[in-house]
Design a protein around this ligand. Structure first.
Ligand code: HEM
Length: 361
């Protein structure tokens, strides 16, 4: 068994990637800003045409007015000709960059990153999908509304939704469903996880599309429950195990789920540690007044949920846990495929093309 202390040292070194401050300046001027600046530049160039003489000043004013008229009418004409704004990959990359920038800027949260709670928001928005009725999923972003926002499983996700509000204000054309799922992609990639190909197409819906409570998993249950919940979404055993590997990120909070603590020593770095610890570490019941959860024998600082331990109690699930514990590359690939599928459940896409976004360095 690998020593937990050794793991901790390595994990801390990896868990707190020191990103150079200059890095965020790369994102200081997204395309929208540049476009606006370009327009302002055009208007002031016309204004700058005034000369010392009043004649030229008058001509300058006429020219400026003419230029202004030309600009606006030309703008109108081109708007009519091209129709409403249709975002391209570059526009979504700008949204990606803004979320990535905010992740660095707002590092005074939990273990130093909003990344994990963004991954969870994207998952809970998507994981309500029911393949029989075609209801739920990330299309609609109905977690904006009560009763869905008040479902016990969604406790704490307001932090993630609020974190993304300034992004929505800056890029009002993106739907909440696209924004939340894209934020899940940014979070995985920026926390050193695999690339997650993503495509737009979610449309926001109203409160009437809220899903009933009980569609997300209950951590106190066993493998039968995991299969029932993820089977309802259309996942097989392998995909269920891969998805649960997201618990290498973040932590449980007593004021949200009632559970407490992180799953590994690097909660802000995407790794296969969750699986390695499930296999290598010995887990016993935590002695406390909270809900039944496991803690590691070695340090008693880590946690596992009953559903996490079910992944090694069940023979079929365990095969995949062992594969992922051994080979992080295999885990990264299979997690990426399953997360793409999760984020797309029930979305009426009009495009086949997925974008792979550039991560920040
Ligand atoms: C059997 C399935 C699952 C159960 C029962 C479960 C349950 C939980 C619970 C109880 C928490 C703690 C929440 C809190 O107190 O803040 C949590 C956190 C988390 N879950 Fe899951 N989960 C499951 C599957 C997944 C999946 C499929 C993903 C993503 C693909 C995921 C991603 C996360 C993340 C990133 C956190 C940490 C959030 C934070 O740090 O704020 N979980 N989960």
């Amino acid at each position: 068994m690998a020593s937990a202390a050794r793991t901790f040292t390595r994990a801390v070194a990896r868990a707190t990637p020191v990103r150079p401050v200059a890095r965020s300046t790369r994102f200081a001027a997204p395309a929208q800003t540049l476009r606006a600046a370009g327009r302002r530049g055009y208007a002031s160039e016309a204004g700058a045409g005034k000369s010392n003489s009043s004649l030229y000043w008058g001509i300058g004013l006429v020219a400026a007015g003419g230029a202004g008229y030309y600009f606006y009418s030309n703008g109108d004409v081109s708007a009519k000709a091209t129709g409403p704004f249709v975002p391209a990959k570059e526009d979504y990359q700008n949204v990606y960059n803004e979320i990535a920038r905010l992740l660095v800027e707002k590092d005074n949260y939990d273990d130093g990153s909003y990344g994990p709670v963004l991954v969870r928001l994207a998952w809970h928005a998507s994981g309500t999908y029911d393949k029989e009725t075609g209801t739920g999923g990330s299309n609609g972003a109905t977690m904006r509304f009560a009763p869905e926002s008040d479902h016990g499983a969604n406790a704490g996700l307001k932090y993630a939704r609020d974190f993304l509000e300034p992004v929505k204000e800056k890029f009002p054309w993106i739907s909440y469903g696209d924004l939340w799922t894209l934020a899940g992609v940014v979070a995985i990639q920026e926390m050193q996880g695999p690339a997650i190909p993503w495509r737009p197409g979610r449309q926001d819906r109203d409160v009437s599309a809220c899903t009933p409570d009980g569609r997300l998993p209950d951590a106190s249950k066993d493998q039968k429950h995991i299969r029932a919940i993820f089977g309802r979404m259309g996942f097989d055993d392998r995909e269920m195990v891969a998805l649960c590997g997201a618990h290498s990120l973040g932590r449980a909070h007593t004021d949200r789920s009632g559970y407490d603590g992180p799953w590994d020593f690097s909660p802000t770095v995407f790794t296969n540690e969750f699986f390695r610890l499930l296999v290598d570490e010995k887990w016993g019941w935590k002695k406390w007044n909270g809900p039944a959860q496991y803690t590691d024998n070695t340090t008693k600082t880590l946690m596992m949920l009953p559903t996490d331990l079910a992944l090694v109690k069940d023979k079929e699930f365990k095969k995949h846990v062992e594969r992922y514990a051994k080979d992080s590359g295999v885990f990264f690939q299979e997690f990426s495929d399953a997360y793409v599928k999760l984020l797309e459940l029930g979305v009426p896409f009009t495009t086949e093309e997925r974008f792979v976004f550039k991560s920040s360095e």
